[in-house]
Ligand binder design. Structure first.
Ligand code: HEM
Length: 179
């Protein structure tokens, strides 16, 4: 007879819960976030390279990384928000709200960066472009870390445990409150 190797889930941790927006159960939000993370954290690097080397190419690259990061970030944010708003147990996690707040700050910084750089890609780098891109890189790290907490600690977006998924907390299958 096969031994059941699953450990009981402690009260301090939630069960795993599938994402609502997924392709064959693979969540779409983590597929998209790689783009804003890469693009937005590179803006500070290309800003520094522009200030160091003086070639306008790096300031142009900063601008386009900023634009691409904002576009993909908004897309990822929409998908993440739909997941968060449609799964009850996700909304119960403090780290979900922290992740949401910091992610919105990231998107606001990305929008600010595009706005600052629009009139002149090279002129905008010093000092405000660099200040905003450095702040944004830190915020991207914090948002990504908190997103990781949701996935790897709380099992959000994870599938495979049929027993716990039966009570996944998806609003669509929410049980009526007990009398
Ligand atoms: C703006 C609203 C956002 C909301 C409501 C949100 C919500 C979520 C949720 C519910 C998860 C758990 C996995 C899932 O269900 O797909 C998650 C994971 C994650 N999020 Fe977000 N997110 C947002 C924006 C962002 C942005 C802009 C970034 C990146 C800069 C980001 C980075 C991550 C990362 C790295 C994970 C972990 C993914 C993994 O499993 O590797 N999120 N987020």
């Amino acid at each position: 007879m096969r031994k059941d190797l699953r450990q009981p889930v402690p009260d301090t941790q939630s069960h795993t819960v599938e994402s609502v927006l997924a392709i064959a159960k693979h969540p779409i939000h983590p597929m998209l976030v790689t783009f804003p993370i890469a693009f937005l954290s590179m803006v500070v690097v290309t800003d520094i390279l522009y200030l160091w080397l003086g070639a306008p190419f790096w300031a142009e690259l900063s601008f386009w990384f900023n634009v691409g990061g904002l576009g993909f970030g908004v897309l990822a944010g929409i998908v993440g928000t739909i997941d968060m708003m449609s799964i009850r147990v996700v909304r119960r996690h403090v780290s979900a709200w922290n992740h949401f707040i910091v992610a919105v700050m990231v998107l606001a910084m990305a929008a600010l960066g595009v706005w600052l750089r629009l009139p002149g890609h090279t002129e905008a780098v010093w000092p405000w472009g660099l200040l905003s891109s450095a702040t944004m890189a830190v915020l991207v790290g914090v948002a990504g870390w908190l997103g990781g907490t949701l996935s790897f600690r709380h099992g959000v977006g994870v599938y495979g445990d049929e027993e716990t998924e039966a009570d996944s907390g998806r609003d669509a299958v929410e049980k009526p409150p007990a009398e």
